[in-house]
Write a protein that binds this ligand. Structure first.
Ligand code: NAG
Ligand code: NAG
Length: 361
């Protein structure tokens, strides 16, 4: 009986399919309501399933929660209690690589997989809301997420991309300019609570006005630098503004600065209120006594960008550099653009303030 019914559905699908209108983002399937199991009383409906997302790109900060929107509905309208199966998959952003399961849900039952276990759920804000909520975003959560709704014999899906909102900062070694090979640059960014930036991240930073005249390593093994105001000292004044590239370089032999990317709102960065100025050793100790650590460069940049930290006091950081973050430029607080001002790496016996970092969970 069951097989017969499905065969019939299939045949009717073929028949109707040939003269049915075509839609690009929906499909037809057949739904049978069979009152008392009697073919004579079988009703036949053409129902269309739509899966949609109002937002195909979601940007979030590492450590925060993100919601990737996905909604489904039927036409003509069906009872909202109808149970569809919802599956979410993850794919790498550049498209090559294996699709991974994130979660599958039917009604109130769901299962999550791998790294996503315990961190994901469906929002279910309204009937047909299959949006995915991811808690505590981790560095490898970026990618494309496919929302698949399965009802009956067929399925329909949409894809939402998750990016990290972050900040790119140029970094050079305490030994001086152009002194890091690729591996040292990678390590240097990691030590500052960040990663080597991708080209897309550097490009976005250039669009926001980043101008830096020293070439830095990027994650793909190229060395590049962003110029918004073309000038002689910086590749020539007759070239258009843009991101200039030295191309792929030898990862062991060639030496540049680094472009690091940080996206994190875990913890708090603050200028330590302390009666006297401190040398580097005392500064690290003072943060420790305050229940924290001396802040890293990436943490200061993230606090400047995401929390709006604005402090016109130079302070030691963990790498031995001295910097301060400015949101609202003013007299005696550096250039007329907002930014993190740097005094480079002064001798460690000199006395300054200090920026500390505390994690609250
Ligand atoms: C993320 O969600 C969890 C659980 O719903 C909540 O406790 C936490 O405060 C949220 N975090 C942020 C940064 O909003
Ligand atoms: C900082 O001052 C302390 C004395 O308060 C001294 O012991 C320490 O060596 C100094 N550190 C540096 C790097 O000069």
């Amino acid at each position: 009986m069951w097989i017969l019914r499905h065969l019939l559905v299939f045949l009717m699908h073929l028949l109707l399919g040939s003269f049915a209108e075509r839609f690009s983002n929906g499909y037809y399937y057949q739904d049978i309501v069979n009152g008392n199991d009697n073919y004579g009383e079988m009703y036949y409906h053409r129902i269309r399933l739509y899966v949609e997302s109002p937002q195909t790109l979601v940007s979030a900060v590492q450590g925060s929660n993100a919601t990737l929107p996905c909604y489904y509905r039927y036409e003509p309208k069906l009872s909202p209690t109808r149970r569809a199966r919802v599956k979410w998959f993850w794919l790498p952003i550049n498209g090559d690589g294996q699709e991974r399961d994130v979660m599958v849900a039917i009604g109130a039952h769901y299962r999550s997989y791998g790294d996503f276990k315990g961190r994901v759920r469906l929002r279910r804000g309204a009937p047909g809301d299959a949006s995915l909520v991811i808690n505590m975003l981790q560095s490898d959560d970026t990618g494309r997420y496919r929302c698949e709704i399965i009802d009956g014999l067929e399925d329909e899906s949409i894809t939402v991309q998750l990016n990290f909102r972050g900040v790119v900062f140029p970094y050079y070694s305490h030994r001086g300019r152009y002194l890091m090979n690729f591996h040292e640059a990678e390590e240097a960014c990691k030590n500052q609570d960040s990663h080597l930036a991708t080209f897309e991240q550097l490009f976005a930073a250039w669009e926001e006005g980043l101008d830096w005249c020293n070439a830095g390593w990027l994650a793909d093994g190229t060395a590049q630098y962003p110029v918004s105001v073309p000038r002689e000292a910086c590749g020539g004044s007759d070239l258009a503004p843009g991101v200039r590239s030295f191309g792929f370089r030898d990862k062991s032999l060639d030496q540049f600065d680094a472009f690091c990317f940080t996206s994190s709102i875990r913890g708090e960065v603050y200028f330590l209120q302390h009666p006297i100025k401190l040398n580097f050793t005392e500064a690290a100790e003072a943060c420790h006594n305050d229940g924290g650590h001396i802040a890293k460069v990436g943490q200061l940049y993230a606090a400047w960008r995401f929390v709006g930290l604005d402090q016109c006091d130079a302070g030691w950081l963990a790498d031995g550099s001295v910097r301060y973050p400015i949101i609202k430029p003013r007299m005696n607080c550096g250039p007329s653009e907002p930014g993190v001002r740097s005094f480079g790496f002064p001798p460690k016996h000199l006395k300054h303030g200090v920026y500390c970092y505390k994690v609250h969970w």
